[in-house]
Design a protein around this ligand. Structure first.
Ligand SMILES: Cc1ncc(C[n+]2csc(CCOP(=O)(O)OP(=O)(O)O)c2C)c(N)n1
Ligand SMILES: [Mg+2]
Length: 894
């Protein structure tokens, strides 16, 4: 009886469900989509009014966003495109296999491109436009470790020879090789965007798309409809940077941006979400953030099953199947799919009773179906008002069969044995005979073959081959130092910090009729800290929509002024986003044919150590521009303590070779350096990045000392700032200071001369990195050219005639001066700020880190005592006289 009652209830529910569904179908057919949305919204509101809470879900069912009946007709020749794709697949695989035969362990990836080939081929044949005289081209960020697929296509297009492919990952071959991943630094005419540090692609692509709008809004480029495509991996989306800026993309209505996430459900070690569904998780995140989401999950052969799914049971099964289970459905037989996928519900099992096992075993994924992918790409390029993300389900290692298709080991598979090569060849129908197969030869059809004709015709129609990196835009005329002269004369009676001088200089450059329009000031919510708010009004804060509200401080001179033509990229609290903007602006000379000049000003602590990988990427991108680490110096930034006081960014700046790092003390030094940067980067077109630290300690800015070597010394890293005032003494010390600590060296000079009768020269060291690089260059040259006259490092030449002892003090770690100690003519004592910062005053900090004038004095006396130039006991006495606590905390360990 109970069973019968339940059955009746179930029946009624089924009937009711059917009626609601039919009503919806009817409304859709008669009144369209918008009316359906209205009604659903109405019901949702009504339910809420009655206290029925509807659980939030940003997910749509686990089916394709574009149903079969809305798919456009595929405009290409499916058969020829499949042939081309198969050949690209073969060559991409063969180049990795052969590279690893040649050099075991050289690496490379087969399975990623195998999964993404259809997505890319649809892009290459139908969507991705190259650069022409009229159009700058679309910007495609290729998933980095699928690079063999791009090389293989370039080979078919005749851009690379067989020998080139043989030299994949043999870059040091005398003929040059193909780099492992996309590196503009290594292949500057080919790759445009370095993409292989996971997470940075999504971030940089978003800011690139925004920067393209910025250029148009500032009047530097015409709107052209170019798109930014980021081809991403599903595992890669776990990097915080991947999702970290997606709300910016929707907020800024970046409909010029398209993400394509290759959802092969696997990463390196195993499934991305074995216990869940990565596509659904990402869908919720992107929809929540306001993106247009297009899911391409199932291939064509599922359509008829879905069309007959009147009860929604198939969709329910699709919704519940886990990604970890999907791997089984790839690897195992059709019988397994029948039993475990459809077999969960008897009704579903019935629906496939007319299917043979082979059909069920080969039910395709959306990302391998050209029609579905084409439909998604077309919808994405036509979409307006928001960015689009396409999530395409694919199979990792597609086509590798036993060698790794869908297996957890597939990411690292680099070798195929003869049988596996044969299987691959047969599956993709590549005309290579059994007798040749063992060599995994490359294959290119003849030029007059239908495949080659088609491929060339398609690329010609889309503006030529991609990727292609362009060298640059018109060099800027070399600047005289006219703009900078006012800084050479000193600040008179006015105390200034180098940050203030820098902001003054930036404001001046922004006002310059030639330079001003090219300068891109970037700042992450720290402009007021650096005293940059005067630029708000002068240059404006960029906002695509202008300012829709009246700013609260409108009445003030320095009000928060947002405008469409604003120059300042105020990125909010995102150092990573700011760096991404820096890269976009710093590569505009190549990627946008306009030579913009970024000045990215940030809290120096949150530069190299926070976004070091992006700085590395900027160098690989061949970006040019100025990085300004403000409120720098472990002891100069008082009060802020351990997490803010930077005493090591100059050490980190040693790592990327293309960074020129300076720690200027005075406004004139900064002026000389900025002038040099403008000249070398924008007039001589050198791919460099200038890093300058500036501080907030105010003091009098002296005029530039006279003498021919000063300017050269500033650029090369060191010059004599103030010679000893007492002459003819035996005891001689050289005090080297940098940044604000130069003032301590000047005070130490005074003490040494007045209290100890020791003559002391003061030197300003603007860049230990420059000194170091020059010296190691000379050493290297001397090593390799034993018969030629030895070169002398700048540092050795500068100090050749100097006698005495040397003390170097800076606000950075001791390793910085220690890196050049071997080129000093006498003993060098390094003082520096190793250790964690403290919140306290400048004076206390300099005592704590042992970098103030007193420590410079005792370090000099110590060495002079050792050489007998001051009487023994001098240091001990000085420690007492100068009130130094020898038992104090040790900054290195405490
Ligand atoms: C920051 C970073 N960490 C680690 C790696 C090494 N790595 C390269 S590819 C990869 C897995 C990528 O998986 P997924 O994004 O899903 O790409 P798929 O190969 O599956 O398409 C890893 C861990 C890297 N390149 N960058
Ligand atoms: Mg993956």
């Amino acid at each position: 009886m109970i069973t019968n009652n339940r059955k009746t209830t179930d029946n009624l529910i089924d009937i009711e469900n059917g009626e609601w569904r039919e009503s919806l179908d009817y409304v859709l057919q008669t009144q369209g989509e918008e009316r359906v949305r209205q009604l659903l919204r109405l019901l949702q509101v009504r339910a809420q009014e009655q206290g029925v809470s509807i659980p939030f879900t940003a997910n749509t069912p686990y089916i394709n966003t574009i149903p079969k009946n809305q798919q456009p007709v595929f405009p290409g020749n499916r058969e020829i495109e499949r042939r081309i794709k198969s050949i690209v697949r073969w060559n991409a695989m063969a180049m990795v296999v052969r590279a690893n035969r040649e050099k075991s362990g050289i690496g490379g990836h087969i399975s990623t491109f195998a999964s993404v080939a259809t997505l890319w081929e649809i892009g290459f044949n139908h969507f991705w436009r190259g650069r022409t005289d009229e159009f700058l081209g679309d910007m495609i960020y290729f998933q980095g470790h699928a690079a063999p697929g791009v090389y293989a296509r370039a080979f078919l297009e005749g851009r690379f020879s067989e020998q080139d492919l043989e030299r994949f990952r043999s870059e040091l071959d005398p003929e040059g090789g193909l780099s492992s991943y996309p590196h503009p630094f290594l292949m500057k005419e080919f790759w445009e965007f370095p993409t292989v540090s996971m997470g940075l692609t999504a971030l940089t692509a978003i800011y690139q798309a925004r920067f393209n709008h910025y250029l148009v809004d500032r009047g530097l480029r015409k709107s052209s409809g170019r798109k930014v495509w980021a081809m991403l991996g599903d595992g890669e989306m776990d990097e915080p940077e991947s999702l970290g800026a997606i709300t910016l993309a929707s907020r800024e209505n970046l409909h010029n941006l398209i993400f394509v996430i290759n959802c092969n459900l696997q990463r390196l070690d195993g499934p991305v979400r074995g216990n869940g569904k990565i596509i659904q998780e990402l869908e919720a995140a992107f929809r929540g953030a306001g993106w247009n989401v297009i899911k391409v999950i199932w291939g064509d052969d599922w359509d008829s099953l879905l069309e007959r799914d009147n009860t929604g049971l198939l969709v329910k099964r699709m919704d519940e199947v886990l990604d970890g289970e999907m791997q089984h459905f790839t690897l195992k037989s059709g019988a397994y799919v029948r039993e475990h996928f459809f077999g969960k519900y008897p009704e579903l099992l019935n629906r496939v009773e007319n299917y043979i096992d082979d059909q069920l075993g080969s039910l395709t994924r959306g990302g391998h179906d050209p029609d579905k992918v084409y439909a998604a790409f077309k919808a994405a390029v036509e979409h307006t008002g928001s960015p689009t993300v396409i999530m395409a389900q694919t199979i990792k290692g597609y086509g590798l069969g036993e060698a790794g298709e869908g297996k957890n080991i597939t990411h690292s598979q680099k070798k195929l044995n003869e049988d596996e090569l044969k299987e691959f060849r047969t599956r993709f129908n590549i005309p290579i005979s059994d007798s040749e197969i063992a060599d995994a030869p490359f294959y290119r059809p003849s030029d007059d073959s239908p495949e080659m004709q088609y491929l060339k015709e398609r690329r010609a129609a889309l503006g030529g081959s991609i990727p292609k990196r362009f060298g640059g835009s018109q060099p800027m005329a070399c600047q005289t130092d006219e703009l900078f002269r006012e800084y050479f004369t000193g600040s008179g009676e006015r105390e200034l910090a180098t940050t203030m001088a820098y902001v003054h200089m930036l404001a001046k450059l922004l006002r310059d009729p030639e330079l001003g329009k090219l300068i891109v000031p970037i700042v992450p919510d720290e402009a007021r800290t650096f005293g940059m708010e005067s630029l708000f009004r002068q240059a404006g804060i960029y906002s695509h929509v202008g300012q829709l509200y009246e700013p609260i401080d409108k009445g003030s001179l320095l009000y928060y002024n947002e405008r469409k033509t604003g120059a300042i990229l105020e990125e909010g609290l995102s150092e990573a986003g700011s760096m991404a903007s820096f890269i976009a602006a710093g590569t505009a000379y190549s990627n946008n044919s306009v030579q913009t000049i970024p000045f990215y000003t940030f809290y120096s602590m949150f530069g190299f150590q926070r976004v070091g990988d992006l700085i590395w990427q900027a160098c690989d991108s061949r970006a040019r521009g100025f990085l300004i680490g403000a409120t720098a110096g472990r002891t100069t930034l008082a009060g802020e303590g351990l997490q803010h006081q930077d005493g090591h960014s100059h050490v980190l700046a040693m790592t990327p070779t293309k960074i020129k790092a300076y720690d200027p003390a005075f406004a004139y030094e900064m002026a000389v350096i900025v002038h040099d940067g403008l000249t070398r980067m924008y007039c001589h077109q050198e791919d460099l990045i200038y890093y300058l630290t500036v501080t907030n300690e105010t003091y009098l800015m002296p005029p530039m000392p006279k003498g021919s070597g000063v300017r050269e010394g500033i650029i090369k890293g060191m010059y004599k700032f103030r010679p000893a005032r007492i002459k003819g003494r035996k005891a001689k010390a050289h005090l080297l200071g940098s940044g604000a600590i130069l003032n301590e060296a000047i005070r130490a000079q005074e003490i040494l001369e007045t209290d100890f009768g020791v003559a002391a020269d003061v030197w300003s060291v603007t860049s230990y990195k420059e000194l170091y690089q020059d010296a190691v260059e000379c050493e290297r040259w001397n090593l390799l050219n034993p018969k030629k006259r030895a070169k002398k490092p700048y540092l050795s030449r500068l100090l050749a005639k100097e006698k005495g002892v040397f003390v170097a003090a800076s606000d950075y770690m001791k390793v910085l001066p220690a890196s050049v100690s071997q080129w000093f003519p006498g003993p060098l004592h390094c003082l520096g700020t190793d250790g964690f910062g403290r919140s306290d005053g400048r004076e206390q900090l300099r005592d704590f880190f042992e970098v103030d004038a007193r420590y410079i004095v005792i370090a000099a006396l110590k060495q002079l005592e050792a050489t007998g130039e001051v009487p023994s006991g001098t240091v001990a006495k000085a420690i007492v006289d100068l009130n130094i606590d020898a038992g104090k905390l040790n900054p290195h360990i405490d």
